[in-house]
Write a protein that binds this ligand. Structure first.
Ligand SMILES: *Cc1c(COP(=O)(O)O)cnc(C)c1O
Length: 356
């Protein structure tokens, strides 16, 4: 079923681009934004005219429901530039479907498909001077929707703003990640909003993550909320385990986010004859595998870092170290395969790239 609307995209360009004033060698992630932004308001039961305007602060009433009830969803995706200056998105159809799935769970109206793609492509094209070529460099794209009704009654809003903002992102090496396996706190619960990219999911993670950081861990591996015996996600990433030569990742559910990176890695594993099982995985299984030496790797998977290798985990006050990552590790091999596809350096046999 197609979900389209028919207002014309309105465009107001900046008088002068800021791009020449940016030091791309020294970019903190998510603090610098491009010249333009896209937005489209929902009111009177319909999405209004979509617009691209100069990036700027906006005025929202203090009573807007997003501030009180967190009625907000978002996406994270990237645009890449190859050495010939061609610009690509990676599986943007997946992000479009997911933002509407998230929106539905938060009682937010679905956004029209043609507005999403026209807005996204036009915006990225207008600001493509902000994308640096080179593997690891990208333009991070942040579509999001917020409830903007001026009314603090605890009910779904009648007006919303859909926006896309863009931040240049650099390849950066974060070092190794040590993680704490959650035994008390939970990221999501059955029947909840864990599968949605709901803003509040992130706020709820900050405190337990900070406690873990105070103890020398960078992230928390989330377990199932009821029993804390099954492994679900690593921080804000999906998570993979390698036991002997087999990769294992948990099946998606209403507690686990359906990551584009996760599903792409499962496909790449199949394409490269790497055995990969999608099944529930117990904490006790990786503890045993670590003790007998069969646990080879753990890594997080998400758009921001593609793959983030984990060097150690703590569970029940016991620390388990993992073997060092090298170029034969699945994490290194799969990460370079993904990056090469994203940057138009390898054949794209699954049709994941979309040229702008
Ligand atoms: C966004 C997100 C991911 C990763 O999804 P990608 O589409 O691969 O970026 C994984 N887990 C959670 C909780 C997320 O919010």
């Amino acid at each position: 079923m197609s979900n389209t609307a028919n207002a014309k995209l309105q465009i107001e360009k900046v008088k002068e681009s800021r791009v020449s004033s940016i030091d791309f060698s020294d970019l903190a992630f998510g603090k610098t934004f491009t010249d333009h932004m896209f937005y489209c308001d929902y009111k009177n039961g319909a999405w209004q005219e979509p617009k691209i305007v100069p990036y700027q602060p906006m005025t929202i009433d203090p009573s807007a429901r997003v501030f009180h009830y967190g009625q907000a969803v978002f996406e994270g995706m990237k645009a890449y530039k190859d050495d010939n200056g061609k610009v690509f998105l990676f599986r943007p159809d997946q992000n479009f479907k997911r933002i509407n799935k998230s929106a539905a769970r938060l009682a937010i109206p679905e956004f029209p498909e043609n507005y999403f793609f026209e807005g996204l492509k036009t915006l990225v094209n207008m600001d493509k001077a902000w994308i640096q070529p080179g593997v690891g460099n990208s333009l991070y794209l942040r579509p999001f929707v917020i409830a903007i009704d001026s009314a603090i009654a605890a009910a779904p809003s009648e007006s919303y703003r859909f926006m896309i903002i863009c931040a240049p992102a650099k390849a950066y090496y974060k070092g190794t990640v040590r993680v704490l396996i959650a035994e008390k706190f939970s990221r999501s619960a059955s029947g909840g909003v864990g599968f949605a990219k709901a803003a509040g999911n992130y706020a709820a993670q900050f405190y337990p993550t900070k406690l873990a950081q105070d103890r020398g861990y960078q992230q928390v591996i989330w377990t199932d909320a009821d029993t804390h015996t099954y492994l679900e996600e690593a921080g804000t990433m999906n998570v993979f385990f390698r036991i002997n030569d087999t990769l294992i990742t948990a099946p998606i559910s209403d507690r686990i986010l359906d990551g584009v990176t996760r599903k792409s890695l499962i496909q790449l594993a199949a394409d490269n004859d790497i055995p990969c099982e999608v099944r529930p995985i117990k904490v006790s299984e990786i503890v045993e595998a670590s003790k007998d030496g069969s646990l080879k790797e753990i890594f997080g998977a998400g758009t921001a870092a593609v793959i983030s290798p984990i060097s150690a985990f703590e569970f029940q006050e016991q620390v388990y170290e993992l073997p060092e990552v090298n170029e034969h590790s699945y994490s290194s091999r799969l990460k370079s395969k993904m990056l090469n596809i994203q940057h138009n350096l390898a054949e794209d046999k699954n049709g994941w790239r979309m040229e702008i």
